[in-house]
Design a binder for this molecule. Sequence first.
Ligand code: HEM
Length: 390
Amino acid sequence: MTAAADAGDAAKCPYFVVRDPEAVRDVLHRPADFSPANALVAVTPLEGPALRVLQRAGFALPPVLASNDTGTHGGIRKVVAGFFTPATVAAMEPRIRELAREAAVKAGEQLARTGTVDLVQAVAAFPPAVVMLELLGLPVRDLADLKRWGLDSMELFWGWPGAERQLELAHSAAEFYIWLRRLVAESMAAPGRNLFKALAEHGLSRTEMSSLGYFLLIAGQETTTQLISTTLFRLLEGGEPVGWKEAASDAGARSVVRHVLATESSVPTWRRVAAHDTNLGGDLIPAGTELLLELSGNRITANPNHITARHGPETPLPPDAGRGHSAGLVFGSGIHRCLGAKLAELEAAVIVREAAAALPGIRLHDPDPAWIRLLSFQAPRTVTVVAGQG
Ligand code: HEM
């Protein structure tokens, strides 16, 4: 079993890249050997000015859920999982469909009015955020800020910002954190059940709750927005096993979402760190080695040396992207497996289906949009379309 990528100069890449799906699964199922402690650590170390901005806001991200490698993880996970049970997610389907239809109809109106519409903003961005907040019992407000903060924090922690950009992103992250601390405090006194009350009852401090909220309020919606964006883009580009017309059916939409998950998921890689000297397949992995696990097709693990490049990878997606992948590992595996997998797949399928049904005959206006290309996140920033002929 060859766990490491063989291409390129390994000395330049800071990660031990694991591409073989069996080896990835092995790593994820050995949390005592391969800790998630580095899962949320900034890829580009934060510099003094950016750190000072964060410190002034009291910013702290103690490990609570995704990066928690202690015995407290299981209990906390159970509390959060209570908000995303299969029954709760299934019961949310009509609401998801309602939000998706509303967004698709508005997109159609904008198209008729102006001749063009960006489907990322019009259909992919907001429904997942509304659904997440409603499921968590939190107020649905400040959605445009939430979207901006999510993207900025992803870039700050998973990107390669230069010093100036880092400072801008730190201001945004600090703003998000202050907003979050206020939300946590307010939620304690709010009527009814909500995430933060449940976590407080479980014994979490406000700092721990803010840390969990910081990750969850991004992971719980922006990743889904990005999966939808890529799916819409690839569908309209053509060349997918499913076309725009077929995507207007439940089965067609579900199948194209699963295809994109395998070939080009919004979370194509995830990190682990060796807790002590250990082995993976035939390789000796020294303590402290950071591993980059390939979960889906992507440009990063195709050429890991680009990880060191200032602006991240710009290599073309290799023609074999996702080959050998099923959608089986895209939500991770084992004790940290994604708690939103069912929700994300359902939302993506419903939103893609409703867009395809409401906007027949549309064509891509910009076949070469800018992409979000971070260590662990990828998607087109815009999917701009025009009406088709006839
Ligand atoms: C397309 C959308 C999504 C993708 C591709 C995705 C992917 C992932 C991945 C790869 C992990 C790491 C798993 C591991 O370490 O084994 C993860 C963890 C997690 N995800 Fe997602 N996710 C998505 C959407 C969501 C949504 C909608 C939610 C919440 C509603 C969510 C909540 C979480 C949580 C709480 C964890 C940490 C679980 C733990 O550490 O126990 N994710 N996700």
